[in-house]
Ligand binder design. Structure first.
Ligand code: 15L
Length: 266
């Protein structure tokens, strides 16, 4: 249990809703932020509605918190006019508010789409180069760059989670590599909050998938032990064969349909 609440941004989102009761049970209190009302609330949750692009509002909601789990963002491709305030200005505001209010630890949602143009034949570790597949992916590269800056210059502990596909269960061939079960998403966030020291840490957000493309061995200081495996669903998913066009960008690259030529909002 912590004396001060953890701030959870994007609290109305699907991952945050799964995390909330678990964070409460483990750490005691939460402060929630979102632009949408994240009701229903637990008595141990307090809420502040607002925009991530409003620095004063973000600083106000961060004040007095012990750590931040930053899930608030656009989570698909959007126009620059939408990505910029929520994912670019927003992540800067969260990290700068943390620095100004003395919050040392931030766990932030990055995405596979920061590295989406790596081929599916590649195995990626923490040092994989940025190859964003969308404006959304570019915003996550920016988030990781800012996390590095704040960790190195301000001495903060920041984990960037390159989250794959969070779903109740995998439903298509790509998910056999990218699936992150909800229980494993909690194990991952908890491991990052509990790690003695993060510095600047990159973690891939995937379950223990037999066909995973991602390697977290570069972060031995984070005791993330996923328990689910998309392979349990492989026979069902592949029963009619893998019908994807092997030559299409959606099949060749790790970002999947984000890599389609027309999946961009210039
Ligand atoms: C993401 O980052 C998205 O937020 C999510 O909607 C999925 O598309 C996921 O990646 C994925 O690549 O499956």
């Amino acid at each position: 249990m912590l004396d001060q609440p953890i701030l959870l941004t994007g609290a109305a989102g699907k991952i945050a809703r799964y995390l909330r009761p678990r964070l409460l049970d483990r750490y005691g209190q939460l402060r929630l932020s979102d632009r949408e009302n994240p009701a229903p609330l637990d008595p141990r949750e307090e809420v502040a509605l607002g925009e991530l692009a409003d620095f004063d509002a973000v600083k106000k909601v961060a004040t007095g918190c012990s750590a931040i789990v930053h899930m608030g963002a656009c989570i698909v491709e959007e126009s620059w006019e939408i990505i910029h305030p929520s994912n670019i200005v927003g992540v800067r505001n969260v990290l700068e508010a943390a620095r100004q209010t003395g919050i040392k630890r931030v766990v932030l949602a990055s995405s596979v789409h920061a590295v989406g143009y790596h081929p599916v034949t590649a195995s990626l570790d923490k040092d994989a180069s940025a190859l964003p597949d969308s404006l959304y992916g570019v915003s996550k590269v920016f988030a990781e760059g800012m996390a590095c800056l704040y960790a190195e210059k301000a001495g903060m502990d920041i984990a960037c989670l390159r989250i794959g596909s969070v779903l109740p269960e995998p439903t298509e061939p790509r998910h056999l590599s990218t699936w992150l079960s909800y229980p494993d998403s909690w194990r991952l966030v908890q491991a990052c909050l509990d790690a003695p020291r993060l510095g600047y840490t990159i973690m891939y957000g995937c379950s223990a998938n037999t066909r995973s493309w991602w390697d977290n061995s570069g972060a031995p200081h984070v005791a993330y032990r996923p328990e689910d495996n998309a392979e349990d669903y492989a026979a069902e998913i592949l029963k009619g064969g893998d019908l994807r066009d092997p030559a299409s960008p959606e099949t060749r690259f790790q970002g999947g349909f984000f890599c389609a030529p027309d999946y961009v909002k210039w």
